[in-house]
Each structure stands twice: as structure tokens, then as C-alpha cells.
Ligand binder design. Structure first.
Ligand code: SAM
Ligand code: SF4
Length: 440
């Protein structure tokens, strides 16, 4: 028997890319590849790229440049570019970097095994189509390999919202939901392989409307179906859009015990003028009212968000409105970015904010968000939470896992195994994690 070929995948960007990389590795597993953690001993290198912010493509080109020596030493080494930079740049990648053998857009991964075979025969292969078929159904899975306790599962892809700053509708295409039966089958399979927590993924996950036996299912209905799977203990979802936060989903946060009390709900800005120019179709006020309704259904829910500062035409007053909104909502965690011009998006053509002013605003916003994050984390001390253990800690007998609220928690002298869900009392709050002790 010949030695397995080695595959090195480097993943950039969002959780959806993490999921895609896992599925690509499984599909190439069917072609005799095993994963390696080092590019140096790989027979195939895949960069799964992200295009959300500036210089993404340049970073990919410079990373590719570093493989020149490797390719000279190993002429059989195949190099591929996947993900949103592949979609956006297409053929240009092979023109600018001739050592690339294969370029595959996010909607064509199921064709990867065929593409790999052609690349092995010396062809240069490119596929950036948006085919009709469900790529995840066509992707081959490896037989029942054991997995860790948490997994991502993509249920919806693409976006029709066209926020004025965002490339996703162009790189990931129109919004498509996977049929419910396929998701449930995949979830069942993950649970049989040891998974206890599933995070449902989508660029607009709460716009989910996949086909069910009696018509389309909403995300909440899908969650209730997943709730029936024995052995699945926790359900999360990300990323949601405020405009798709339907009543049944808010209600599920109050009534579905497996649905964790954590919600990532990006607002982007607090000024109605800027929100309108962003094409967000919600106001600061409607967002705040929505958060109130969600907290009425699940008072302890931890709210997370995304923010962009320095969006074209943002004044100091507009920025203050973002700070006011943050003060009002109180975020448990958040991601904040300086606006980054994306060619081809409407905002790219508008009057840009002075970069020094944008830097200063980002610093002020991050200081406030960090303070809130600290307060929320510290407020966990003395509380009892569920913790799903994911790995052993650095100290002997220590276990590390995530709380219901997604805080990292470590427990000393812990008699539990990876994959066990335990009740834990939080005893102290450190720099980036909590310490707890087992109850009972
Ligand atoms: N679909 C999600 C939503 O509606 O908010 C988020 C998708 S996007 C992959 C993740 C985050 O990247 C966005 O919420 C936004 O804050 C940020 N982002 C997107 N485009 C950006 C840009 N041009 N400049 C800076 N940040 C950007
Ligand atoms: Fe991008 Fe999200 Fe807006 Fe869609 S809703 S365009 S993914 S930021």
C-alpha cells in the first residue's frame, strides 16, 4: 500500500471557512489524503481565504510567494487557493502567481476531488461557478471518524442584503438554505461521532428557510428538530441579522433548553444616518427594542456584536451615537473594525473618513467594549453554569471548556472527561477566562 498523501490547509476568516476546510479535508480524505500541520511535508497546500477586509488578496499573494522554494524542491507539490479571494480574483491568481495549480470558489468545493486529479496530471484548474446543486451533499465524507465535542454545521449561505460596505453577496452569492433533512442527518452523524454541541452557521443564519416535509422551516423550527436528537446537548447559531430575528426564534431562546444563552447580533453603527447609508434597513432604536424583547424572553442572554467605525461620511456625532448605543446595550463580547474599502461595493465610491480619526474612534470604542466585556465576565463569579469540557488544561488534572455563555472556564482537580457537560460554580475571573469548581 502506498503512503497517504499529505494535505496542509490554512484557513483564514470566518467560522464558515473553518467548516468548509473540514469538509474539503474530508472530501480529499476520500482521495487518499491525510491532514498535516506543516506545509513543509505536504503534497498539497490549500489556502482557504477571506476577502472581507482590505489587503486580503495581497496577503494571499505574499503567502503564496513563500511556497516558491518548497515547490522548487518538490515539483509534485500541488498548490490551491479556495474561499472568497479565489472567487473574487479568479484567473488573476494563476496569472500573478504561476505556481498555483488550482483555484476553487466557495460554491464549487464538491468538485475538488476531480480538480485535484486534473492538477495531478499537470493541468491548471479553475472553478468559480455558482452551481445549483448542494455542494455539501456532493462532498464525500470520511467514514465515521471520531470528533471533538463541538462542531460547526453550515445551514445557510450567501446573502441578499447588500450592505454598502460588504463583499459577501458578491463572493458567496445569493442566499440559499440547505434542506432540513440533510442538516438533521449531518447533525445526527456528528453526534454519533462524539459531538455534543453544534453551532449552526450562515452569513444570515436567521434568514434560514430550508425545505422541510411540510413546507419551509424557519431557523427556530430547525432548532426544535435538532433539539430532538439524543446526545446533542447544546445548540448555537451565528451570524444573525437584526431584521431576520423572528418571534419564534426569540421565543425559542426562552423555551428551548438546548439553545444556549448567547446571541451574536451585529448592529455595525449607532447613527441612523450611517445605518441608512450602510443599507442596513434597521435603526438604532429598532435594534435596542429588539434586544429588549430578546432579554425579556431570556434575561441572562449574553449579547455580542459587530461594529464598523470610520464608515464613509461618519462624523464625530455619528460615532458618539455608536458609543451611546453600546452604553445602552451592554455587550458581553464584540468585534469592532475600522472601515475597509472594498472595490466594487457602493461605499467604496464615497467620501472616506480621515484614517487618523477612524483609528482614534476605533480605540475609544474598543476601550468601552473591553470594559463591558470585563464587567460581564466578572459578573459570572458566584454563578452556576454548564461547562462542556473540550480539552485538558496546562496543569495536571485541569480541564478546560466553554460555559453556556461561551466563556472559557478551567476547573482544577477535575474528574471529568473531554465531551462531558458539568455543572460548575464560577469562583474567579482572570484575564481571558474564568475558574470554576465542579458542583456535586
Ligand atoms: N452577516 C453578518 C452581518 O450581517 O453582520 C456579518 C458578515 S461579515 C463576514 C462579518 C463582519 O465583518 C461584519 O459584521 C462587519 O462588521 C465586518 N465587515 C464587513 N465588511 C467590512 C468592511 N468593508 N470593512 C470593515 N468591516 C467589515
Ligand atoms: Fe455582509 Fe452581513 Fe450585510 Fe450580508 S447582511 S451584506 S453578509 S454584512
Amino acid at each position: 500500500m502506498s503512503a497517504p498523501k499529505k494535505l496542509f490547509i490554512k484557513t483564514y476568516g470566518c467560522q464558515m471557512n473553518v467548516y468548509d476546510s473540514e469538509r474539503m479535508a474530508e472530501a480529499l480524505g476520500g482521495e487518499g489524503y491525510v491532514e498535516t500541520k506543516s506545509a513543509d511535508d505536504a503534497d498539497m497546500i490549500l489556502l482557504n481565504t477571506c476577502h472581507i477586509r482590505e489587503k486580503a488578496a495581497e496577503k494571499v499573494y505574499s503567502e503564496l510567494g513563500r511556497f516558491k522554494g518548497l515547490k522548487a524542491e518538490k515539483p509534485d507539490l500541488k498548490i490551491g487557493v479556495a474561499g472568497c479571494v479565489a472567487q473574487a480574483e479568479g484567473e488573476e491568481i494563476m496569472r500573478r502567481q504561476p505556481l498555483v495549480d488550482l483555484v476553487v470558489g466557495p460554491q464549487s468545493y464538491h468538485r475538488l476531488p476531480e480538480m485535484e486529479a486534473k492538477a495531478r496530471e499537470g493541468e491548471k484548474v479553475l472553478d468559480t461557478d455558482f452551481p445549483e446543486e448542494d455542494k455539501f451533499e456532493k462532498l464525500k465524507s470520511r467514514p465515521k471518524a471520531k470528533r471533538g465535542p463541538t462542531a460547526f454545521l453550515t445551514v445557510q449561505e450567501g446573502c441578499d442584503k447588500f450592505c454598502a460596505f460588504c463583499v459577501v453577496p458578491y463572493t458567496r452569492g445569493a442566499e440559499v438554505s440547505r434542506p432540513a433533512d440533510r442538516i438533521l442527518r449531518e447533525a445526527q452523524d456528528l453526534v454519533e461521532r462524539g459531538v455534543r454541541e453544534i453551532t449552526l452557521l450562515g452569513q444570515n443564519v436567521n434568514a434560514y428557510h430550508g425545505a422541510g416535509p411540510n413546507g419551509d422551516l424557519t431557523l427556530a423550527q430547525l432548532i426544535w428538530e435538532l433539539d430532538k436528537i439524543d446526545g446533542l446537548e447544546r445548540i448555537r447559531f451565528t451570524t444573525s441579522h437584526p431584521n431576520d430575528m423572528q418571534d419564534d426564534l426569540i421565543e425559542a431562546h426562552g423555551t428551548c433548553a438546548k439553545l444556549m444563552p448567547y446571541l451574536h447580533l451585529p448592529v455595525q453603527a449607532g447613527s441612523d444616518k450611517i445605518l441608512k447609508r450602510m443599507n442596513r434597513a434597521h435603526t438604532a432604536e429598532s435594534y435596542i427594542r429588539l434586544i429588549e424583547r430578546i432579554r425579556a424572553a431570556r434575561p441572562d442572554i449574553l449579547i455580542s456584536g459587530d461594529f464598523i467605525v470610520g464608515f464613509p461620511e461618519e462624523t464625530e456625532e455619528d460615532f458618539q451615537a455608536t458609543m451611546d448605543l453600546v452604553e445602552e446595550v451592554k455587550y458581553g463580547t464584540a468585534y469592532s473594525f475600522k472601515y475597509s474599502t472594498r472595490p466594487g461595493t457602493p461605499a467604496a465610491e464615497r467620501a472616506q473618513v480621515d484614517p487618523a480619526a477612524a483609528d482614534d474612534r476605533l480605540q475609544r470604542l474598543q476601550a468601552l467594549l473591553t470594559k463591558q466585556q470585563r464587567e460581564v465576565q466578572d459578573s459570572m463569579v458566584g454563578r452556576e453554569v454548564g461547562v462542556l469540557f473540550e480539552k485538558t488544561g496546562r496543569l495536571p488534572g485541569q480541564m478546560v471548556g466553554k460555559s453556556d455563555y461561551l466563556h472559557a472556564v478551567h476547573v482544577a482537580d477535575c474528574s471529568r472527561e473531554v465531551g462531558e457537560l458539568a455543572r460548575v460554580r464560577i469562583v474567579s475571573s482572570g484575564a481571558n477566562s474564568l475558574a470554576g469548581e465542579l458542583i456535586g
